[in-house]
Write a protein that binds this ligand. Sequence first.
Ligand code: TRP
Length: 326
Amino acid sequence: MSKPRIFSGMRPTGRLHLGNLLGALDNWVKLQDEYECVFAVVDWHALTTGYEDTGEIRENTMNLVIDYLSAGIDPEKSLIIKQSDVKQHAELSLLLSMITPLSWLERCPTYKEQLRELEGKDIMTHGFLGYPVLMAADILVYKAQVVPVGEDQLPHLELTREIARRFNFLYEPVFPEPKERLNEVVLLPGTDGRKMSKSYRNIIEMSASADEVKNIVANMVTDPKRIRRRDPGDPHVCSVYAFHKVFSKPSLDEIQKECKSAGIGCVECKRKLADALNEYLEPIRARREAIERNPGIVHEVLEQGARKARIIAEATLEEVRQAMRI
Ligand code: TRP
């Protein structure tokens, strides 16, 4: 019995941070034994909103692969691919675009929201409207049954199922309808207590060095009412404590008590957090350093991934062309 297949991907838009690691990559890593996984860097998708300035796409793609590998995605178990290496994604996207009603795309909530949010950027393009069709092709070209995603991607997955159903109805039943598998939500705020997001400059990059982590933590926002060392603190308004909740689970009660009784100062409490973060990041750093000593590995991984992915994808395309009489 073969394992069920998983597909997921991320756009190469810059270095990943701890929020991405806990919110997505750590989940992917856990799925590798149970499923046959394909993890993609979706560089064509990056063009949908970033077609004007493409200067960093290649570098970002390489860095994202390094982030995948250092998080523990294992190329012996999973396929790691660059979307643009597997042209079958494009062919399937084109064919699916023929059967996808415009109205489905126009009423997609992510489309309407992005149009509003990215006001000033000209994304009134065919490619941007067709984002979910390309995403459906990514998933369906591997006949993936399961797609690990965040909640924000649910409308795209619903559309993917609708497109699959329409294809199966119009021609022949070729595609399974993929199910989402929601990433476990980890409540990790940014270093200032807001949502961790590149645009707020409150992130800790996955690739941060031990010293960078110490520095960032030293500058984190604590209970603003705790001014002097002897003032008792309120852990529940402290972003350092929010991090402890994720990274220092065994000593959480103690940290909470010590903060409330002013038994421990913020400096000491931050030192503990930096140690815990660095311990968590250590194996990730070790893998990254191994890659940096042997950078050719990134190309090899992508080549091997593309070679195997093309075989699976081409088999699907043969069925699709047959079903459509192309
Ligand atoms: N839209 C996804 C995101 O922004 C990226 C993506 C593209 C994707 N194709 C996919 C995710 C296929 C899952 C499956 O995060």
